[in-house]
Design a protein around this ligand. Structure first.
Ligand SMILES: [Zn+2]
Length: 472
């Protein structure tokens, strides 16, 4: 049976330029695929989603998360720390405290938050792995995503050598053996990886950070092995100046040059953050077609800075957006992230304005990013980076991953242009429906089989339990 989204007030497509807005009002979906967009009449027996006073976006694609951190929001000891000390104080201090139950709950909370913001796809950079670990965190991520009908790309993180801040941790949190890491990648690829363009399960080689988690020779081997397996590469890079200091201190090159030497740039690689870069590094990333997961809220929360997305995109970098872990972003949903990206790119450019008397050429940065740009980064850009080429845009022939926002909150009253509302007006809009591959997984903000009151109670207990088991 086909499905018709009828009488939408606006449709944003995730495409560029004149195609960013579709003039139609209706979208037909058959067998999970968009088969028509325009002014359409309902067919006999067709199921209709009434979208009057609604705007329709491609479902968001989140390209960088750490779902286990969904139970570490606003952790007081780390709240006012910058990246490196925050890592010790919050995520590492709590890492050993997670068991199967708390990990599963954290994953579920994070996925539900994302779904309710209209997100269909998440790339989770999971680094909760250690030798003889008593539960399979990879399996839990896929199980929870599957139960909710969401697309999961597992970026298999972890470390094969310890970083100074990890050396004082209990034995259970010591790095993995390199061969065991590679064996697990192969196990995961064999069990889960679906390379199709409309995939719901993918594996990515993703040591937690290229500068600290592995040796240069292992990094080089990992890149070659990932390409042999046909999987992509992901990691954190240049989030703060610490990366620049570490790369020059240890390897006498810039972070991006170091990665390039190990085969870690290219169209099959994307990095989270890329806040602190030289002009040469931007050039190198652009020429190689490397991608970015832009995480403006986490970068703001940790005081890291604002990535120069405009320069990166102009150089040829594919831009996507990620919420990053909730331990450094208490608004880990894609609508909040998109709102922040929209404002911060403008603010960043405005910060560079100087008076004309001193040679300045512009007043402010309001032309840095449009709503359509931000939507494209957060949808098509993400699908492109993940290789999910059937997803990310609203076009005939694409998978029906569609968010329908109902503008019934007073914050939207008085708008001259409804299309911009879900990003420009901030906050989470009423989600009339979220379709993933044509299947309705959220209806009027509700998810089937998810009891939010129970989840809230479970989360309160889990936070107490984690606090009790955290390192001192
Ligand atoms: Zn991260």
């Amino acid at each position: 049976m086909s499905l018709l989204i009828k009488q939408a007030e606006a449709i944003l497509t995730g495409l560029k330029g004149a195609e960013a807005r579709h003039p139609g009002t209706d979208i037909r979906i058959e067998q999970g695929i968009i088969t028509a967009i325009g002014h359409l009449d309902a067919l006999p027996d067709e199921k209709v989603i009434e979208a009057r006073h609604c705007v329709v976006y491609p479902a968001w694609v989140n390209t960088h998360h750490h779902l286990f951190q969904s139970l570490l929001k606003g952790e007081p000891q780390g709240l006012n720390h910058s990246l490196t000390s925050w890592l010790s104080v919050t995520p590492y201090r709590f890492r050993a405290a997670f068991d199967e139950e708390t990990f599963r709950l954290a994953v579920r909370i994070g996925l539900v938050e994302l779904l309710r913001s209209g997100c269909a796809t998440v790339a989770d950079h999971n680094y909760l792995y250690w030798p003889r670990m008593p539960f399979d965190s990879s399996a839990i991520l896929f199980e929870e995503a599957q139960a909710l009908g969401m697309r999961m790309v597992l970026c298999r993180g972890g470390a094969t050598q310890s970083r100074v801040i990890e050396q004082s941790l209990p034995a259970a949190l010591q790095p993995e053996n390199y061969d065991d890491y590679l064996r697990d990648i192969e196990r995961l690829v064999g069990r889960y990886h679906d390379a199709s363009e409309n995939s719901f399960q993918r594996i990515v080689m993703a040591p937690t950070t290229p500068l600290h988690s592995t040796t240069p020779s292992q990094l080089k081997e990992m890149a070659a092995h990932a390409r042999h397996l046909g999987i992509k590469l992901h990691s954190h890079l240049s989030e703060t100046v610490e990366y620049t200091d570490a790369a020059y201190g240890k390897f006498s090159s810039s972070p991006v040059e170091f990665c390039a030497e190990q085969g870690w740039i290219g169209s099959d690689v994307w990095f989270a953050h890329l806040v602190k870069l030289s002009q040469e590094e931007i050039q190198l990333l652009g020429e190689s077609g490397t991608g970015i997961a832009h995480c403006p809220q986490s970068n703001g929360r940790l005081g890291s800075g604002i990535a120069d997305i405009i320069a990166l995109e102009a150089a040829g970098v594919t831009v996507s957006m990620g919420v990053d872990g909730a331990a450094s972003n208490e608004a880990a949903d894609m609508q909040s992230e998109a709102h922040a990206a929209w404002l911060l790119q403008r603010a960043r450019k405005g910060m560079m304005a100087i008076p004309r008397l001193q040679g300045g050429r512009f007043e402010g940065g309001a032309d840095a990013a449009t709503i359509e740009d931000v939507v494209r980064w957060g949808t098509a850009g993400g699908a492109n980076i993940l290789g999910l080429t059937a997803c990310g845009t609203l076009e005939v022939g694409k998978a029906a991953d569609i968010a329908i926002y109902q503008l019934d909150d007073p914050r939207y009253f008085g708008l001259h242009d409804s299309a911009i509302a879900p990003v420009a007006c901030a906050g989470r809009a009423h989600l009339k429906a979220l379709l993933i591959n044509g299947r309705c997984v959220v209806q009027d903000d509700n998810l089937a089989n998810v009891d939010l009151h129970q989840m809230q109670a479970d989360a309160r207990l889990a936070v107490k339990k984690l606090q009790h088991h955290a390192l001192a």
